[in-house]
Write a new protein. Structure first.
Length: 293
């Protein structure tokens, strides 16, 4: 069995990432391989960021994003930071342009080691998120979890950052809500034809909020960058905060700026854990004894 593709196990604020080097190859990481890697505690992940050769001029690489259940994801900001750190360490380059299924991403590693990713413009129209029925105002839609006469969560803001998000606003501790119970139910609610990432958010000041996320196709996560962006945009749209906020997820803080040109810039860290080689068809893998991927 040929373990011929290199990978790095990394994380972005605890968001578990596998950066898979698929450059120079015609194959892809199969859903079976993804599920096998996720089944191993050592390589359990939220997303695989598979780096492929560029497909369009003006980009450095095409990035395929794979969830832990083997499904495709459109966006992963924390994973993009991990890709930048890995490629910057390899090449010395600091500025990158990537193509994903959701569009073009620009990213930069700063001198302090933090990495900024231009997550693009939020999509706020109901048909662009998408939703299964029309809501003229996506700052708040009719959706709830729990008893009809006393819902535990209700009236979320919805937005797309390349993938669908629903943000439920609460007044108390975000950890007091059973997101592991409500997350999968809401992720698969019929209002979301492509499923959705489900977040619980609590605004603490006019420039800060707390966030927990049930990630579509991955489950509870310590950090979801696109959810942090969607929450920041939704907080500003609903008048809860300004356009520059610190979003604290279980893994730590992310700096989110919704610029006047409508682009959302996410800045945060990435961390390398270990490297190895794997079979993209089966997920069989081995750890490298020393050195990075």
């Amino acid at each position: 069995m040929a373990l011929e593709a290199a990978f790095a196990k990394m994380n972005g604020l605890g968001n578990a990432i596998i950066v898979a080097d698929m450059r120079g190859r015609a194959d892809r990481v199969t859903p079976e391989a993804a599920r096998a890697l996720n089944a191993d505690p050592a390589t359990r992940f939220d997303q695989i960021m598979a780096i492929h050769d560029p497909r369009v001029a003006g980009t450095h690489n095409y990035i395929e994003i794979i969830n832990s259940d083997g499904s495709q994801a459109q966006a992963c900001g924390n994973g993009t930071r991990c890709v930048v750190q890995a490629l910057a360490a390899e090449t010395g380059q600091k500025v990158f342009t990537f193509q994903t299924v959701a569009g073009i991403l620009n990213a930069e590693e700063h001198e302090d080691g933090l990495i900024s990713v231009d997550m693009g413009k939020p999509r706020l129209g109901w048909q662009d998120i998408p939703l299964a029925e029309e809501f003229r105002d996506t700052r708040m839609i009719e959706l709830q979890a729990g008893p009809i006469d006393a819902p535990v969560l209700h009236s979320p803001s919805v937005a797309s950052m390349g993938n669908p998000h629903a943000i439920f606003w609460v007044e108390g501790d975000v950890n007091a809500y059973d997101l592991e119970r409500f997350g999968p139910l809401l992720e698969n609610h019929p209002i979301f034809p492509e499923r959705a990432n489900i977040s619980i958010a609590h605004v603490t000041t006019d420039n800060a909020l707390m966030l927990r996320t049930w990630e579509r196709g991955a489950g509870l996560t310590l950090a979801c960058g696109s959810a942090a962006c969607a929450a920041a945009v939704s907080a500003a749209r609903t008048g809860r905060t300004g356009r520059h906020v610190t979003v604290t997820v279980p893994g730590g803080p992310l700096d989110i700026l919704w610029r006047e040109d409508d682009h959302v810039i996410m800045t945060g860290p990435a961390e390398w854990e270990f490297s190895g080689r794997f079979d993209p068809a089966t997920g069989a893998w081995e750890r490298e004894t020393e050195g990075a991927a």
